[in-house]
Design a protein around this ligand. Structure first.
Ligand SMILES: *Cc1c(COP(=O)(O)O)cnc(C)c1O
Length: 232
């Protein structure tokens, strides 16, 4: 068995146990394998082990990988990075879920590009719950108004919220940010309006599940350390 598939099984069983501990249905949680900067071979290993949702952070890398793996019809790409407007054209035709919409402007561009590609793409609103200055994501207080405007746009469908808590926190500390995102969601119409909460990474996905995550984004714990950043 490959290392990747062994890690996948371990993570899946940890997801299962965390769900049971929180009295949740394990099926309601999707593992997004974050494959950014990992080679195609690693993605194929995971795919062969049954993994279907993959997360990418760089627009051109997503485009290239989606093209290389276009024969795998049931693969679901999640875009989970900062996206400049001029790179939306690489993501809108390929992503199943765009998790990082944080302004009406980027949503409008995404909407236009998705329509050009004759697609309707699920999008999440990224919220900067930690209110960190350099972090992308909209402010909590702006989220309801931005969500209302996104809902007017064709070609995209707002189905969830996403957050990245401040880095270098212990898992028990990030939990506060996860509960803040859930409370925000509940104040914005609840699960009926926004069924998805994307939160939790390798070191804190179990805490995120306890707070209601429906998508956890796990990279290192599946694929190991990432190769260094490519030149932008
Ligand atoms: C890289 C990344 C992850 C995965 O992080 P790991 O610590 O490797 O699990 C999850 N979410 C986002 C937005 C990322 O950029």
């Amino acid at each position: 068995m490959s290392t990747v598939s062994k890690h996948l099984m371990q993570i899946q069983s940890m997801i299962h146990d965390a769900a049971i501990r929180s009295h949740r249905d394990p099926q309601s949680i999707t593992l997004v394998a974050v494959s950014k900067r990992q080679p195609i071979e690693s993605i194929l290993e995971a795919y062969d082990a049954g993994q279907r949702h993959f997360g990418e952070n760089y627009a051109q890398e997503l485009r290239d990988k989606a093209l290389a793996l276009s024969h795998l019809k049931d693969i679901c790409w999640h875009f989970i990075g900062n996206l400049q407007r001029n790179k939306v054209k690489y993501v809108a035709p390929t992503a199943a879920v765009m998790e990082c919409i944080d302004s009406v402007r980027i949503a409008q561009e995404f909407s236009a590009r998705a329509r050009q590609a004759q697609r309707t793409v699920d999008v999440f609103l990224q919220v900067n719950v930690g209110e960190e200055e350099q972090k992308s994501g909209c402010a909590k207080t702006d989220a309801p108004a931005i969500a209302r405007q996104i809902r007017q746009l064709p070609g995209i469908r707002l189905t969830g919220l996403m957050t990245i808590p401040p880095f270098h926190l212990e898992a028990n500390e990030t939990r506060l940010y996860f509960s803040a995102l859930r409370e925000l969601r509940d104040s914005m119409g609840g699960q009926n309006e926004l069924p998805h909460l994307s939160m939790g990474m390798s070191h804190d996905f179990q805490e995120a599940i306890a707070e209601g995550a429906t998508m956890v984004r796990v990279g290192t714990a599946i694929f190991g350390d990432r190769p260094p950043k490519p030149e932008e």
